[in-house]
Design a protein around this ligand. Structure first.
Ligand SMILES: Cc1cc2nc3c(=O)[nH]c(=O)nc-3n(C[C@H](O)[C@H](O)[C@H](O)COP(=O)(O)OP(=O)(O)OC[C@H]3O[C@@H](n4cnc5c(N)ncnc54)[C@H](O)[C@@H]3O)c2cc1C
Length: 471
């Protein structure tokens, strides 16, 4: 079997060595054309279509160790897929040996110590489901079908970020299989340098097999959901968003979305496909207080749909899932913002009016709060000055529409990037974004990350990622 080496040349793996690897594994090995090969090689973004040499669906840490040792022995290029949600498709690489972590979805909760241990292939929804049993939650992202690994290793933000910081600010430790094929612990006591780098520049140092998250009492019921108006009300709604967001307590997170209305059951049929402006809200404190705080949103002019109500925390976590299916074509442009200026609102409206597909959106996520209070040196994640995230999210179905949708996103970004802090979220970078954007995402931590890379992965075994070169 042919496979790519670390240097990019091709090597021939003989049948005996493949057979001996297979025998040493508990999880299945899948060759091209085999059952499940296409499922493993495909990622969320259908723009990415690559064919790894073969896939191992790891069932545990021992499988991961066996794979890394095999890759080292044969000098193979490795790629790691946890959820395959990275928009740049970093999880899948032509000719590489793929470690598919998606069968490792175990989650264990210690509610007394308020810690959840989750295997790297867990989806956010897997963690939420288990922690919710205890009225607790980890600090994760906005879409429950995405995976914890890539999100955490790049920073992570969601509905609870304003109260508790980035996801990485709430990680207690990680288990990692290093480039040498050894399992190590990374936390504040053991391998603290590695722990620092994993929290923001994380994909570069090994295969993360499990993550321990701090948990907080949340819900079980919160006040959350979405209210929508016709886009003709956008000016007023954006002003409302700005005003409430600026003075809101940290328990409240607001997301503004402009897009064509999806065919959602809470929206009347005659608005489907027409442009709307919506505010998505989550108040994670006491429900009575939350209801008072969100009342001005619910009573603002005449919404075309209102699904903002008390609901279980796990419901708000999955509210956006249906809008982000696997297998569509996606292209994003994104920036961190220090605030929402009136001039930016005008541009949000302008570019939302030019959307080229029924699924694309211009989105403003509110994240400012606890993350701004934590020292920049605490971990590798940059952008402690970020208070909002602008995401120009192109989403469409057919390759023939690539050009028009990509151009829309690029033009909108070119027009709005001057409002940025200068930083961006590394996990939102697309395939065509290079070193300059990575530098902007990682900021001052880059030099230290590069030194860490020399120590933990001097041969750059873990390179199919937002790669940091050894110093
Ligand atoms: C619909 C959608 C919604 C999103 N919402 C949010 C959000 O609310 N908040 C947020 O912060 N981000 C969000 N993201 C971004 C998300 O965090 C990134 O896409 C992330 O990279 C996905 O993680 P993954 O495990 O699927 O990564 P994959 O696509 O599987 O891999 C991405 C990279 O991580 C590396 N990697 C994967 N697993 C491991 C591992 N176990 N050990 C070491 N390296 C590994 C891979 O080598 C690759 O380079 C969203 C993305 C999507 C598509």
């Amino acid at each position: 079997m042919k496979a790519k080496t670390l240097k990019g040349s091709e090597t021939d793996l003989n049948e005996n060595s493949i057979e001996s690897l297979k025998k040493s594994l508990q999880g299945p090995m899948i060759l091209p054309g085999g059952d499940g090969y296409d499922q493993s090689r495909s990622v969320w973004n259908a723009m990415i279509d690559r064919r790894p040499a073969f896939v191992v669906r790891c069932l545990g840490v021992a499988d991961v160790i066996a794979c890394v040792q095999f890759a080292r022995l044969h000098n193979l290029l490795l790629c790691i897929k946890s959820g395959g949600h990275n928009i740049a498709g970093l999880a899948t690489v032509d000719g590489a040996m793929m470690l598919d972590m998606s069968l490792m979805r175990g989650v264990w909760v210690d509610s007394q110590r308020r810690i959840a241990h989750a295997q790297a292939g867990s989806l956010l929804g897997d963690v939420d489901r288990e922690t919710h049993v205890h009225g607790q939650a980890a600090i994760l992202g906005f879409v429950s079908r995405t995976d914890i690994a890539g999100l955490t290793l790049g920073g992570g933000f969601g509905y609870l970020t304003r109260r508790f910081g980035y996801t990485v600010d709430n990680v207690v430790g990680m288990n990692v299989v290093t480039a040498g094929g050894k399992l190590v612990r990374a936390d504040n006591d053991e391998n603290a340098d590695l722990f620092w780098g994993l929290r923001g520049g994380g994909w570069n140092f090994g295969v993360v097999t499990g993550i321990d998250f701090n948990l907080y009492p949340v819900g079980p019921e919160i006040v959350g959901g979405i209210v929508a108006w016709p886009a003709s009300e956008a000016e007023g709604v954006l002003e409302l968003y700005r005003t409430i967001a600026e003075k809101s307590p940290l328990e409240l997170t607001l997301v503004l979305i402009m897009r064509p209305a999806p065919p959602a059951p809470w929206l009347p049929k005659d608005i489907h496909g027409k442009p709307i402006v919506a505010i998505l809200a989550c108040y994670s404190g006491q429900a009575e207080e939350g209801e008072k705080i969100i009342a001005p949103i619910k009573s603002f002019r005449k919404p075309v749909g209102d699904a903002l109500t008390r609901r279980p925390y796990t419901q708000i976590q999955s509210l956006l899932d249906a809008t982000q299916p696997n297998g569509r074509r996606y292209y994003w442009k994104s920036e961190y913002l220090p605030g929402i200026e009136a001039a930016l609102c005008q541009k949000v409206m302008k570019h939302a009016a030019r959307i080229q597909s029924p699924y694309s959106a211009v989105i403003l996520f509110q994240i400012g709060g606890a993350l701004n209070q934590i020292k920049a040196e605490a971990s590798a994640v940059g952008n402690r000055d970020a208070r909002y995230v602008l995401n120009i999210a192109g989403s469409w179905e057919h390759a023939s529409d690539d050009k028009v949708n990509i151009e829309w996103a690029r033009e909108a970004w070119a027009d709005m990037k001057s409002f940025s802090t200068g930083g961006n979220y590394i996990n939102f970078l697309t395939e065509d974004e290079g070193p300059e954007r990575i530098n902007a995402a990682l900021g001052k931590g880059l030099k230290r990350l590069s030194e860490l890379k020399s120590k933990w992965d001097p041969e750059n075994v873990f390179r199919t990622n937002r790669n940091i070169q050894p110093a």
